[in-house]
Design a protein around this ligand. Structure first.
Ligand code: UDP
Length: 318
């Protein structure tokens, strides 16, 4: 990107998280001055090792629920625990991070014009009754369920940002991120990709929740980051927009793929399905294709292989 000698300053909240840290690395590579904010609730400073060596990266330990002190031309709001076990462990913190975080961003953007790219989620569709999910679908969400602190927090954040666009003319861009995986996923986040890989690496049984027939569509992290960058740089943007890989498969299929990639043949054990676990999830990405030319490139076996290599080195096994 031709930025000349003046670097634009951007802020990434949730910078030490899985997605936040990959985004930070990409923004530095694109020539931005990057400020990262994180309260380290679920983030890990180890994710910022590479960024930490770059003189154009600055880290602030702080909370998006408090007044932002940094001026940036673009704010990427990626602050919020995102895996079910993490976001359910402190539901109040999860809900307030989404809602107060969005309010703080909007206040900030009103005082100093800046662009906001906000990480929303496929969870706004809940356990969807329409398939695949288009942006027009309003969702099927339990407001008092175990996932509500995340789902409803993210829905309210969308409301806050959308109203800021409508009423104050704010430039707030909402992306609905579907399941994403890759290197640096927290080893203890209980997600299906990390659980299955770790179990196979340790020669332990793979835990299938419920029948294993429920589906998800997994996007490799570099594809997702491509979409986030295009979202931020597009001259105009119509929110919300789904981002993800529409290649849908069941958890049983995923277990097969993990065994293929790791070369391990392990047993499958059944565990109860968590409450309100969505039965099917797959993004309709027609809008992303049209609006920013989005096209995921990394297929599941390749993405799992890269993630596996990263896990093996972090777990210190051969
Ligand atoms: N899952 C599973 N075994 C595990 C972890 C998760 O079968 O060890 C299932 C889970 O019930 C869900 C899907 O995998 O249907 C994806 O779960 P994850 O927590 O990764 O993300 P979600 O899409 O539910 O937020």
């Amino acid at each position: 990107m031709g930025l000349g000698s003046i670097r634009k300053t951007v802020l990434v909240t949730g910078a030490a998280g899985f997605l936040g840290s990959h985004l930070v690395d990409r923004l530095l590579a694109e020539g931005f001055e990057v400020v990262g904010l994180d309260n380290l609730m679920t983030g890990d400073l180890g994710n910022l090792e590479q960024a930490g060596r770059d003189p154009h990266f600055h880290l602030e330990i702080g909370d998006v629920r408090e007044t932002l002190k940094v001026y940036a031309e673009i704010i990427f709001n990626f602050a919020c625990p995102a895996s079910p076990i993490h976001y359910q462990s402190d539901p109040y913190a999860t809900l307030t991070t989404s809602v107060l975080g969005a309010l703080r961003l909007v206040e900030h953007a009103r005082l100093r014009r800046c662009r906001i790219v906000h990480a929303s989620t496929s969870e706004v569709y809940g356990d969807p009754l329409e398939h695949p999910q288009t942006e027009e679908y309003w969702g099927h969400v339990n407001p008092i369920g175990d996932r509500a602190c995340y789902d409803e927090g993210k829905r309210a954040a969308e409301t806050i940002l959308r109203d800021a666009v409508r009423i104050h003319g704010a430039d707030a861009r909402i992306i609905r991120i579907f399941n994403t995986y890759g290197p640096r996923m927290a080893l203890d986040d209980g997600r299906v990709v990390s659980n299955f890989l770790i179990q196979a690496i340790r020669n332990q049984p793979i835990t299938i929740y419920g029948s294993g027939e429920q589906s998800r569509s997994f996007c490799y992290v570099s594809d997702l980051v491509d979409g986030i960058i295009e979202t931020a740089l597009a001259p105009q943007f119509d929110s919300p927009m789904n981002l993800g890989n529409p290649n849908e498969f069941t958890m049983l299929d995923l277990a097969e793929s993990v065994m293929k990639v790791t070369g391990k043949k392990v047993e499958l054990v059944r565990k109860p399905l968590p409450a309100d676990d969505p039965k099917r999830r797959c993004p309709d990405i027609a809008k992303a294709r049209r609006q920013i030319g989005f096209e995921p490139k990394i297929q599941i076996l390749e993405g799992l292989k890269r993630t596996y290599d990263n896990f093996v080195s972090r777990m210190g096994v051969d």
